[in-house]
Design a protein around this ligand. Structure first.
Ligand code: S3P
Length: 171
């Protein structure tokens, strides 16, 4: 594994990981997509039918499994992945740099508003979303080797910042 992307929902992990993979000619694995594939259900369905605890267990198992796969050059995690202590520990132990994408609550809300695919965000107003983000912020920062604040950046500009960071990264 060469790089891990973490960050709150709507921070741009999926978009940026795909663009980065294209630019660097690398393979990207999206943890949410792996969960959907393995379970044969949408994330909403998993939360509704099996519960969040089951989702988190599958997420943990697939985090460990995908990180070990040779096809995983770039790993885009789910927004909640680093919240489990064992996942955070696992991410920090990787030789690959962990890149944190952040956005302000307002920008995050505008990106997520109307999206029905995220069970933990779809009921939240901007204040509640900001509270959840604030609750998680310390854990994200703790796991990250580099942070990109994406509010005023296009995905291409975010990728450029990551590339500049990678050029200086040695582990
Ligand atoms: C979650 C984030 C989602 C997905 C699930 C739970 C979270 O991933 O894993 O809905 O707890 O923040 P994205 O960050 O890709 O939306």
């Amino acid at each position: 594994m060469e790089l891990v992307l973490i960050g709150f929902m709507g921070s741009g992990k999926t978009t940026v990981s795909q663009l980065l993979a294209q630019k660097l000619q690398k393979q990207v694995v999206d943890l949410d997509q792996e969960i959907i594939r393995q379970e044969g259900k949408t994330i909403n369905e998993i939360f509704a039918l099996d519960g969040e605890e089951h989702f988190r267990e599958v997420e943990h198992q697939l985090l460990v499994a995908t990180a070990a796969q040779t096809k995983t050059d770039i790993l885009a995690t789910g927004g909640g992945t680093p919240m489990r202590a064992d996942n955070a520990q696992f991410l920090k132990q990787q030789a690959a740099p962990v890149i944190l994408l952040t956005a302000s609550p307002q920008v995050t809300w505008s990106r997520l508003h109307g999206d029905e695919q995220r069970p933990l965000a779809r009921q939240l107003n901007v204040t509640e979303l900001a509270a959840l983000k604030a609750k998680r912020a310390g854990r994200y920062t703790d796991c990250a080797d580099f942070e990109v604040i994406t509010d005023n950046l296009t995905p291409t500009e975010v990728v450029a910042k990551i590339e500049t960071f990678l050029a200086t990264w040695s582990n």
